[in-house]
Design a protein around this ligand. Structure first.
Ligand SMILES: [Zn+2]
Length: 420
């Protein structure tokens, strides 16, 4: 599985989790947030939590005290399941969430494995979960280079996510376009041309020095007022591996950090379009297999699930807008389980329906919901078990819309034709 594919799924999971957590609100300050960075001792964290449990005995409201202590107990239990803090750290959210008005609180626990190491050690008890220290992981990870230039100045910057770093600024030392009186026009132009070459070479050298060592540099954006940037782009001033990475040339009014910011503002669109091009390609491949009836693609939840179980899916395509959950019911008498896909808002009614029914195998009226999981997660897990690539795709492109509307948001490109 390539990094790109892994990250579209990982990003999606984190995004969904954070959306869900942000929407949770406690009655009072009853929601526990815990961030533990790698390197901490589990025993130290447990001792801290025990201490917090003790402090919570001072809470006056009986309900609040009980909810807070219950949450701390759950968090402590979860922490104790680990022999050591995972390599990227550990984040736990836990608290009593009102399900349906006052008195309907249920303790919900979320354990999150951060995609990258966290630095912060934090315990909070608040009316909301503190997700802000995880939000950064959702930002664009790739590094882009920006060069803005005109005939007098040039600036070099990198941008990673939302962080912008102007690394170097140089001046050309080239005088303006207008020669002094008495100077030969041809000689002036020749000198100016030579100075321009020298300046472009210098820009190239600085760019190589700054940008070549950057691992996984995703692309370069050129900017500046007037035609100088195009002259620079046309020549061979950059190392060929850098030149290949030029994504766009943009007009700006400035060549200092304001110019860099102008490029950044305009580039957001460009970078998004680059991801869209990747998404389009994946879906187009799927559509081609369908259109040519090659038997190398399938779609729809049931069909795709079958092919996943057969282990013949090469790439699983999922619309990120699929708003469905997979509910498992279990009979407590005979352990018989059944699965059903539904809209999230249908779960409560289904739960009641199930509790009034009997097991379809042993007929004992002891059936209950044992698990509710996002359909996307369920299918992605199934895919991961068979080494299938998973692509979570936006509906921002025409192709993405088609995947969502015409194919229920679920498609598969198969490794080979299946006869069965
Ligand atoms: Zn049963």
């Amino acid at each position: 599985m390539s990094n790109q594919e892994q990250s579209s799924l990982e990003r999606f999971r984190l995004k969904r989790n954070l959306e869900r957590l942000r929407a949770r609100e406690g009655r009072g300050t009853e929601l526990v947030t815990l961030y533990v960075p790698p390197g901490r001792q589990i025993s130290e964290v447990v001792a801290m939590l025990n201490n917090e449990y003790g402090t919570a005995t001072n809470i006056k409201s009986n309900t609040t005290r009980k909810n807070v202590q219950d949450a701390i107990t759950r968090v402590t239990q979860r922490v104790k399941l680990f022999k050591q803090v995972p390599k990227n750290g550990l984040v736990i959210f836990c608290g009593a969430i009102p399900q349906n008005g006052p008195g309907s609180e249920k303790i919900e626990t979320y354990v999150i494995s951060p995609p990258e190491p966290i630095q912060i050690y934090l315990y909070r008890c608040d009316a909301k979960f503190h997700t802000e220290h995880l939000e950064d992981f959702l930002k664009e990870k790739e590094t882009y280079a920006i060069i803005v230039l005109d005939s007098s100045d040039a600036s070099f910057a990198t941008v990673r996510g939302k962080s912008l770093d102007v690394i170097k600024q140089i001046t050309s030392g080239i005088p303006g376009k207008f020669r002094a009186g008495g100077q030969s026009a041809r000689r002036f132009d020749r000198q100016r041309e030579a100075k321009m070459q020298e300046y472009f070479n210098r820009i190239g050298e600085h760019a190589d020095e700054i940008f070549l060592p950057i691992e996984n540099l995703k692309g370069i954006l050129l900017g500046g007022p007037g035609p100088t940037k195009f002259d620079f782009e046309k020549g061979n001033y950059l190392h060929y591996t850098l030149k290949e990475k030029i994504l766009a040339t943009l007009d700006t009014s400035y060549v200092d950090e304001h110019g860099v910011k102008e490029v950044l503002d305009k580039s957001e669109d460009i970078l998004r379009r680059i991801r869209y091009v990747e998404e389009k390609k994946i879906i187009q491949k799927f559509l081609r297999e369908i259109g040519q009836d090659t038997g190398l693609a399938s779609y729809g939840e049931e069909e795709v699930r079958r092919q996943l179980n057969n282990g013949i899916v090469d790439t699983l395509l999922l619309s990120e807008d699929i708003d469905l959950v997979r509910v498992t019911t279990k009979c407590n008498a005979c352990d018989y389980t059944e699965q059903k896909t539904m809209k999230p808002y249908e779960v409560t009614e289904y739960e009641q329906q199930v509790s009034n029914s009997s097991c379809s195998k042993c007929n004992v009226p002891s059936v209950a919901i044992s698990e509710t999981i996002e359909l996307i997660d369920e299918l992605a897990e199934l895919a991961e078990q068979t080494g299938t690539n998973v692509e979570v795709l936006s509906a921002e492109t025409e192709e993405g819309q088609m995947l969502k509307k015409s194919f229920g948001g679920i498609g598969a490109i198969l490794r080979y034709k299946f006869n069965g």
